[in-house]
Write a protein that binds this ligand. Structure first.
Ligand code: NAI
Length: 706
């Protein structure tokens, strides 16, 4: 292995250049090398000061994630100890922050005596995103330099800040000019410090006096972030760690930080967030495919259908700087679609999320046509017409005649069989599903549906494209509803059935939001439209054969013209977006239950969780066993990024791994027995769940690893 850093002495300065591509992560080898370099510099009388620099674009990306969960992570020299040694060094150490310094990378810089930054550098402590706090002194050093409010913002929010902001807040001491050679400027800065006899500095000597912090500052901050951080313990731990920096000696604060860091590391939330972090990295890898396979070029895109989805998809591409042409059946439909896109951008401008120039740049990238032939030269065409298989087959037949050879032909279908759509062309290798979620310009999830004949390079191109669009692409095999919507069925079925058994929409939704879902099932139905669900059921009567009536309440609301928010009434009554309970829905449910002979009873909150979530998990198990998803992490990404499953629970499969497959199995069995014929029909646990339950196995340990 090559050396992770270079060491040279020049003009009285020891220049220690971190040189471990890609991000100079602080793995054990780097830590040991840093310690050795420090000792060498301290022992060398020719050295007056030490400059920590980087040969990479970044200064330092922090901890080595490949060491996570291994003994190497804490192996000697551990990071907190190393940083304390740097801080205690008798010669000035200067961090030359040329690029981004994140997490342990910023903590390293904070342990130095002086920090000199490039104007384009960024610094941040993003540990909170992994369910942690900085654990190498960051929570104690940052408030000493930046003040308590800035430290609270950075440590609980996790967002990096620009060098200028860091300079204004005392996080860096000086910044190079925009035209200066950074490395030279950093050395000149260090030499100037030596010349003026600048002292070594230690956080031991910096106290944050208790009376310097306004009364109630911490509690006000807590209250301000409470809603956003519900379910996440790390932000609160960050606040407590910073509290320990106030009015107390540095060493005491460090000890408190260590204790909180250790506590957090053992929380299910930290495991969940780290699971999702790794899942996102894994999801773009396809088992058995060479990642070096050359990709197809995507520079021009066509979208067929300028409705809800087509418009949002076009915006996604424009937002990523990729020109896109919308195709519609009539000038009128096209104009409507283009107007809606403009309105959406205008709203973003009004909300301050985009400036006018940005909006105009995006709008310039979107054009429209009613001529199908205009798709002839596109690299990628995405079909987003009505959810009707015959129509899609017809559109793909036409597309096959028009599109250039080698173009990727994609469908945004939610449920239809992508193999049958592909078979409508003479080039099924070029056909793939690209299932965006609504609103497509906002939602991060992109299900990439690999059909039977989809070519390897088409699949890999689609995954790269997902990243270019700043989405989370997840591969799904072909099945009804793919990963996400297929799992939505048992979840929705149980929510609906519980109404018949005696729960109310508000009770079910309340339990689900308490569990951490962004919205409850019925609130989502009212938003999506009860008519849409009804139409979907009509399109697939076979799935509801012998149906014990769980969709009957929805059907009745449909008959009454209560489609949800858009008609002011659905499962709830609406005044704008405010909803109140609708006693008539409860009556409707009671009537239907009486007709179907379903006994009504008090439903416990625990039962609601088990009934809604366990069948969802078990459908995930089937999806995994069938190879529709390659890894449980892929399923989790789908549900967290597309369906509002609480991120801090890591997704349904991670949740199951936390509570144990045996618990899920026991719950399913119990409900199967209690629910008679209904239970026998719907609560048959999968083989995989049984296997894991009996072997104490985890979903996270099966399936593709690469
Ligand atoms: P929509 O009804 O809003 O838009 C469909 C558009 O396609 C209409 O503007 C229509 O004029 C146009 N169209 C119909 N036939 C056409 C043809 N032959 N050539 C060109 N344009 C044609 O429908 P929406 O909601 O945008 O759905 C489109 C597709 O996306 C469906 O397959 C749907 O299942 C899928 N989808 C929908 C989601 C949603 O939440 N609405 C989410 C994910 C996927």
């Amino acid at each position: 292995m090559s050396e992770p850093l270079q060491y040279r002495v020049e003009d009285g300065l020891a220049i220690v250049t971190l040189d471990a591509p890609p991000v100079n992560s602080l793995g054990q080898a780097m830590r040991a090398a840093l310690l050795a370099a420090l000792e060498q510099a301290l022992a060398d009388n020719a050295v007056s000061a030490i400059v920590l620099a980087s040969s990479q674009k970044v200064f330092c990306g922090g901890a080595d994630i490949s060491e996570f969960g291994t003994p190497k992570a804490g192996a000697e020299p551990d990071l907190p100890g190393l940083l304390n040694t740097i801080e205690a060094a008798g010669k000035p150490v200067i961090a030359a922050i040329n690029g981004i310094a994140l997490g342990g990378g910023l903590e390293l810089a904070l342990a130095c005596d002086y920090r000199f930054a490039a104007p384009g550098a960024k610094v941040g402590l993003p540990e909170v995103n992994l369910g942690l706090i900085p654990g190498a002194g960051g929570t104690q050093r940052l408030p000493r330099f930046a003040g308590v409010p800035k430290a609270l913002e950075m440590i609980t929010g996790g967002k990096p800040i620009a060098a200028k902001d860091a300079l204004e807040h005392g996080i860096v001491d000086a910044m190079a000019g925009p035209d200066q050679n950074f490395a030279e400027a950093a050395r000149a800065y260090a030499r100037a410090l030596v010349t003026e006899g600048a002292p070594v500095r230690s956080c031991d000597d910096i106290d944050i006096a208790a009376d310097a912090v306004p009364d109630g500052l911490f509690d006000d901050f807590r209250a301000a972030i409470a809603k956003r951080t519900r379910g996440y313990p790390a932000p609160e731990a960050g606040i407590q760690a910073i509290e320990a920096a106030v009015g107390r000696p540095f060493a005491e604060g460090l000890a408190r930080e260590q204790a909180l860091f250790a506590e957090l590391g053992a929380t299910p939330q930290a495991r969940a967030l780290q699971h999702l972090f790794f899942a996102e990295r894994a999801s773009r890898k396809v088992p058995g495919l060479d990642p070096k396979t050359p990709r197809r070029e995507i520079n021009t895109v066509g979208v067929i259908g300028a409705g809800t989805m087509g418009g949002g998809i076009a915006m996604s591409f424009a937002n990523a700087g990729i020109p896109v042409t919308l195709v519609e059946v009539s000038d009128q439909a096209l104009q409507k679609g283009l107007d809606r896109i403009r309105d959406n951008y205008d709203i973003s401008v009004k909300r301050g999320k985009l400036d006018e120039a940005g909006r105009d740049r995006c709008l310039d990238l979107i054009d429209g046509t009613t001529e199908f032939d205009d798709l002839a030269h596109k690299d990628l065409v995405i079909e987003a017409v009505f959810e009707d298989l015959d129509l899609k087959i017809e559109v793909f037949g036409k597309l096959d005649r028009v599109a250039r050879a080698g173009a990727i032909l994609a469908t945004n279908t939610s449920y239809q069989d992508v193999d049958r759509i592909a078979a409508a062309t003479n080039r099924p290798r070029d056909v793939i599903g690209l299932h965006f979620f609504s609103p497509a310009n906002i939602m991060r999830l992109l299900e990439v549906v690999r059909a039977a004949h989809t070519a390897d390079d088409v699949l890999l191109t689609a995954l790269d494209l997902g990243k270019r669009l700043r989405k989370v692409p997840v591969v799904s095999g072909v099945c009804h509803g793919f990963i996400g919507n297929r799992m939505l069925e048992p979840y929705g079925r149980e929510a609906a059935r519980l109404l018949l058994e005696g729960a109310t929409p508000a009770q079910v939704d309340g339990v689900l939001t308490e569990f951490g879902f962004a919205m409850g099932f019925f609130a989502v139905m009212d938003l999506a439209g009860i008519d849409i669900g009804w139409l979907a059921r009509q399109a697939r009567p076979e799935a509801f054969e012998g149906d014990p009536g769980y969709a009957a309440v929805s059907d009745r609301l449909y008959e009454l013209g209560r489609y949800g928010q858009k008609t002011g009434r659905g499962f709830y009554i609406y005044d704008g977006r405010d909803r109140t309970e609708d006693p008539e829905v409860v009556e409707i449910a009671a009537d239907i239950a009486a007709r179907l002979g379903i006994e009504r009873r008090e439903i416990s909150d625990q039962e609601i969780i088990e009934r809604c979530i366990y069948p969802l998990v078990d459908e995930g198990a089937k999806i995994l066993a069938e190879g529709i998803a390659y890894r449980s992490g892929d399923i989790d990404l789908v549900w967290v990024n597309g369906y509002g499953f609480p991120q801090w629970r890591g997704g349904p499969m991670q949740y199951a791994d936390e509570i144990g497959a045996a618990t899920v199995l026991e719950g399913l069995e119990r409900h199967r027995k209690a629910l008679g014929d209904y239970g026998e029909r719907w609560f048959q646990p999968s083989e995989l769940l049984r296997e894991l339950a009996s072997s104490d196995g985890r979903f996270g340990d099966i399936g593709a690893k690469s």
